[in-house]
Write a protein that binds this ligand. Structure first.
Ligand code: NI
Length: 212
């Protein structure tokens, strides 16, 4: 598995061993506190609130905040366009899941938030999202704004010391986040889910969101 996109499985005891295997602190350049371990533990244990407001720029260059997506079940994936395999695979799975949902997909808003704002400008993102679902919105912004939203969602990311085929790589966690139509974080989905499993999760939450 390329270092650029190593991520964590969330099943049972595998978590800890994969965690330390995937994110060798000695290899991570400029890794900021908190550590990947602390972030993932916070996510899994729900010890701290997850999610929150953001103020970013979309792939058309327009300003977008979290408030723009109220009323939709929001599906957020953090990654970067130079990611060789995992990010495209996850975005493809999300796109297929939305296709499978049919009309109900209108009530879902997929978002891709870059963890590589240095290279992922709006125009780069515009080109990238065209490969995926027509309603996918990609977001970038100043590095501090990206750091803030990543931290809010307990996303670990750090430039890798190991260069990828296309310049530097970025290690990052690869969970899919679900946010309710009221803007509140609902849950995360583990990386590597088949599109059918993503559809199941989306249907479940869409049903819950419409329940009285
Ligand atoms: Ni990736």
């Amino acid at each position: 598995m390329p270092r650029s996109c190593q991520y964590l499985l969330t099943s049972g005891l595998a978590v800890t061993s994969i965690l330390f295997g995937a994110f060798s602190p000695a290899l991570a350049e400029g890794a900021a506190e908190p550590s990947a371990t602390a972030l993932i533990e916070a996510l899994i244990t729900r010890r701290e609130p997850v999610g929150g407001p953001f103020d970013l720029v979309d792939h058309t260059g327009g300003r977008r905040t979290d408030a723009d997506f109220r009323g939709k079940l929001v599906v957020i994936y953090f990654g970067y366009t130079h990611c060789p395999d995992v990010c495209p695979t996850e975005l493809q799975a999300i796109s297929l899941a939305l296709d499978e949902l049919g009309m109900a997909a209108d009530r879902v808003q997929p978002l891709f938030i870059t963890v590589d704002p240095e290279r992922d400008t709006p125009s780069v993102l515009a080109d990238y999202v065209s490969s995926f679902h027509a309603r996918l919105v990609a977001l970038t912004g100043p590095a501090p704004a990206i750091q803030k939203v990543a931290l809010a969602y307990r996303v670990f990311f750090a430039k890798s010391a190991v260069a990828g085929p296309d310049g530097y790589a970025v290690d990052h966690t690869g969970f899919i986040y679900l946010v309710g139509k009221d803007g509140r974080y609902i849950d995360f989905l583990p990386p590597g889910l088949a599109p059918e499993r993503i559809v199941e999760a989306l249907r479940l939450h869409l049903d819950r969101q419409t329940s009285p």
